[in-house]
Design a binder for this molecule. Structure first.
Ligand code: SIN
Ligand code: MN
Length: 268
């Protein structure tokens, strides 16, 4: 991982836009190392490996930092931990770790949603004092289902779906990781906000890293292209913000809130 620019205004920019391109990029050897691990884990049959509905294509991997040593080292890279601590203002732990594979031709969409809706309602997280860091393990282009964010939409707080108000909720965690998400932002609401704030597609070469806020409204489309779009996401949470009633599996909500101790060098 290399640092190419100072992080001077990172906090201000992140506060305003709800997302931030990181000056840190993962080196090609580190990207290759992670891809190798991710592809190996994808072949394992374990609850952390989730398939696309009705197919054998792997949709996502969860909690890999708890059982894979390269992923465990990744979450401890000083550049990532330092950034999370800077944005959140104190010591952090890894709340969630996932890899969204978005396989060529088969990777299915993520509808408009806010991560904090899941963490608040399902886990009892008190405030959005957490940050997602997304690392591109493939080149991400306009064609292979990039993450799309509505900059500034984090200021709206949790946007409830009026059609679902007072209705039954599924607390089955599989509905929190599939293309039919339990907590979504209705398309018309997202459309209105997008009309005001615009939509930003997060594209870039493999190794690119971006941070985004738990309340930012985001989505991504089906991958209709021949190129996989593998995105690794680490969520750091402030150690003072542990959830009140976590019941989902620990590979979705870490129970270990020990502050992350960075490794010495920014490489895997
Ligand atoms: C995606 O992988 O495109 C969606 C990621 C997310 O919603 O956190
Ligand atoms: Mn999300």
């Amino acid at each position: 991982m290399s640092v190419s620019a100072p992080l001077l205004d990172a906090k201000v920019r992140y506060g305003r836009d709800g997302w931030l391109p990181l000056p840190h990029t993962l080196s090609d050897p580190d990207v290759r190392k992670l891809r190798h691990r991710v592809e190996g884990i994808s072949r394992e049959q374990r609850p952390e490996v989730v398939l696309e509905e009705g197919t054998s294509a792997v949709r996502a991997l969860h909690g890999c930092h708890d059982f894979d040593e390269v992923c465990a080292r990744l979450v401890r890279l000083p550049a990532l931990v330092g950034l999370a601590e800077q944005l959140l203002g104190g010591p952090v732990y890894v709340y969630q770790f996932k890899v969204n594979m978005k396989q060529a031709h088969e990777g299915a969409a993520w509808p408009w949603h806010q991560d904090f809706a899941f963490w608040r309602h399902e886990d009892g997280m008190g405030s959005p004092d957490a940050v997602n860091i997304a690392i591109f393990l493939d080149d991400v282009t306009d064609e292979n289902g990039p993450l799309e964010v509505i900059p500034g939409s984090q200021h709206a707080g949790i946007v409830e779906d009026p059609a679902r108000r007072g209705g039954e909720r599924s607390h089955d965690w599989r509905h929190h990781v599939s293309t039919k998400l339990e907590y979504v932002v209705p398309d018309d609401v997202a459309g209105r906000l997008a009309g005001t704030f615009g939509v930003r597609r997060l594209t870039g070469p493999a190794g690119t890293a971006v941070a985004f806020h738990p309340c930012i409204i985001h989505s991504s489309s089906n991958n209709l292209s021949a190129q996989r779009r593998c995105l690794l996401l680490i969520t750091y949470n402030r150690v003072t913000n542990t959830p009140e009633h976590p019941v989902r599996p620990s590979f979705l909500v870490s129970r270990d809130s020990t502050p992350v101790v960075p490794v010495e060098a920014d490489r895997l």
